[in-house]
Design a protein around this ligand. Structure first.
Ligand code: RFL
Length: 396
C-alpha cells in the first residue's frame, strides 16, 4: 500500500486530521489497532473548547454536536463551603465551552470517514515506523488476528507519517532517544472517576478545592453524570464502594443548600495524573500529534483540545506543502504547536496544584491555596486569565 500521509491511530487526533486532509485533497490512510466498537466506547474527555467545536463544525462534523452538545457559559470553583462562579463570555469576549463526550466526537468522525472519506483500517496494529529520517518512510503493521500472531503482516509506504497513536503507541518508539527530549512529571495523586446514570446536580461544572482533596462534578448528557475524586496513587477502586464515593463527593462538593443527586454507578476507574511533552514534536518525516506528543493532567480538560490544535496546525502545513511544494510550514510545525502546548501545560499544572491536597501539605500550603483561589474568583486580572485559559484560544 502507498499513500501521501500515513496516519497511525483513530483517536480524535488521527480522525480529525484525516477529515481535514481529505477536504484539502491530500491522500491519507488511517491505521487503528482496535476495532470500531472499542474505539467508539472509550470513555474519556467531555469538554470542547470553543475552538474545537468550531473546527468540527467547519469540517462538516458539527450537526449532532449542535443538536446534543450542552453549551456552558461558566463553571464554579468551590472551597471553604462556598461556591464562586467563573463567567466565561464576560471575561473572554463571548467564548464558551461545549459538553460533548469524546465518544460522540469519535463516532461522528468515523461515520463521516466510512461514508466516503479516506481508508480507515481497524484491527491494524502498527508495529514499526522505519526510515522516518529518509525520503520515504515505511509503516509496518499487522492486520487482523487482534494484532497478534495470527494477523497478516503488511506495509504502508508514505511521504509523511502522522503519529496520532497516543502515549503508548508505535510512533514514540520510533523516536531515537538522541533526537528528542522527554519532559515528564508524575503527580502524587490520582483520580477516581465514576459515570453515573443520574441527571447532573448542576447545570455547570463544579470544581472543588477541599482540604480533603479535589472533587469534580461534571456531566456527559442531561441524564448522565461524570464525577471525580482525588485519591492517593495506588488506590484500588474496589476499596471505594459506591456509597463511599457518594459520601466523599458530598463532603468535598458541599456549598450552601446544594444537594448532590445519587444514582446507579455505570463505571468506576482510577487514573494517575501526569504531564509529558516530547520536544521537538517531529523526527524527520514523522510528525507527532495529540497524546503521542504530550499529556496533561485532566483537571483543565485540555488533552483533546490540544490534540485538535496540533492536527489543525499539521493539516494546514500538509495542505501548504501539497499545493506549493514548500515545506516551510511543516518545518515550523513543532515550534508552532509547542507554544500552545506549553501554555496548556502551565495552565493545567496551575489548576491542578491550586485544587489538589498534596501529600504532606501543611497549614501554610493550604493558606497559599486559599489565597490563590480567592484571587482567581475575585474581580482581578487573575480571574480574567483563568477564564481565558479555560475557554481556550481560537484554532482556525
Ligand atoms: P488517543 O485518544 O489515545 O487515540 C490514540 C489511538 O491510537 C491507537 N493506537 C494505535 N493504532 C495503531 N497502531 C498502534 N500501535 C497503536 N497504538 C495506539 C489507539 O487505539 C487509539 O485509538 O489519542 P489522541 O487522538 O491524541 O486524543 C487525545 C485524547 O484522547 C486525550 O488527550 C483526552 O481524552 C484527555 N482527556 C481530556 N481531554 C480534554 O480535552 N477534555 C477533557 O475533559 C478530558 N478528560 C481526558 C479526560 C483523559 C482521561 N484519561 C483516561 C486519560 C478524562 C480522562 C479520565
Amino acid at each position: 500500500m502507498r499513500t501521501t500521509v500515513g496516519i497511525i491511530g483513530a483517536g480524535p487526533a488521527g480522525l480529525l486530521l484525516a477529515r481535514l486532509l481529505h477536504r484539502a485533497g491530500v491522500d491519507c490512510v488511517v491505521l487503528e489497532t482496535r476495532d470500531r466498537a472499542y474505539v467508539e466506547r472509550r470513555q474519556r474527555a467531555g469538554i470542547l473548547e470553543q475552538g474545537s467545536a468550531d473546527v468540527l463544525r467547519e469540517c462538516g462534523a458539527g450537526d449532532r454536536l449542535d443538536r446534543e452538545g450542552l453549551i456552558h457559559r461558566g463553571f464554579e470553583l468551590r472551597f471553604e463551603g462556598e461556591a464562586h462562579r467563573v463567567d466565561l463570555p464576560s471575561r473572554t469576549g463571548g467564548r464558551t465551552v461545549t459538553i460533548y463526550p469524546q465518544t460522540e466526537v469519535v463516532k461522528d468522525l468515523i461515520a463521516l470517514q466510512l461514508g466516503g472519506g479516506p481508508p480507515l483500517l481497524f484491527d491494524t496494529r502498527v508495529v514499526a515506523v522505519e526510515k522516518a529520517d529518509g525520503e520515504q518512510p515505511l509503516i509496518r503493521f499487522v492486520r487482523g488476528g487482534q494484532g497478534g500472531r495470527h494477523g497478516r503482516e503488511g506495509t504502508l509506504e508514505c511521504e509523511y507519517v502522522a503519529g496520532c497513536d497516543g502515549s503508548y503507541g508505535a510512533s514514540r518508539r520510533a523516536l531515537p532517544a538522541s533526537a528528542v527530549t522527554m519532559h515528564a512529571r508524575t503527580y502524587p495523586y490520582s483520580w477516581l472517576g465514576i459515570l453515573a446514570d443520574v441527571p447532573p446536580s448542576s447545570d455547570e461544572l463544579l470544581l472543588a478545592g477541599h482540604e480533603r482533596g479535589f472533587a469534580l462534578h461534571s456531566m456527559r448528557s442531561p441524564t448522565v453524570s461524570r464525577l471525580y475524586l482525588q485519591v492517593p496513587n495506588g488506590t484500588d477502586p474496589r476499596d471505594w464502594p459506591d456509597d463511599r464515593v457518594w459520601d466523599e463527593l458530598d463532603v468535598r462538593l458541599a456549598a450552601g443548600n446544594w444537594r448532590l443527586r445519587r444514582g446507579p454507578v455505570l463505571a468506576k476507574s482510577v487514573n494517575g495524573l501526569r504531564s509529558q511533552v516530547i520536544e521537538p514534536m517531529r523526527y524527520g518525516r514523522l510528525l507527532l500529534a495529540g497524546d503521542a506528543a504530550h499529556i496533561v493532567p485532566p483537571s483543565a480538560a485540555k488533552g483533546l483540545n490540544l490534540a485538535f490544535g496540533d492536527v489543525v496546525t499539521m493539516a494546514r502545513a500538509f495542505t501548504h506543502w501539497h499545493r506549493t511544494g514548500s515545506t516551510a510550514l511543516l518545518d515550523r510545525y513543532s515550534d508552532n504547536c509547542l507554544r500552545r502546548v506549553w501554555q496548556a501545560q502551565f495552565f493545567s499544572h496551575e489548576l491542578t496544584t491550586m485544587l489538589h491536597a498534596a501529600p504532606g501539605a501543611d497549614a501554610y500550603d493550604r493558606a497559599m491555596q486559599l489565597t490563590w483561589l480567592r484571587r482567581v474568583t475575585g474581580p482581578t486580572a487573575a480571574a480574567a486569565e483563568l477564564a481565558e485559559n479555560y475557554a481556550g484560544a481560537p484554532l482556525v
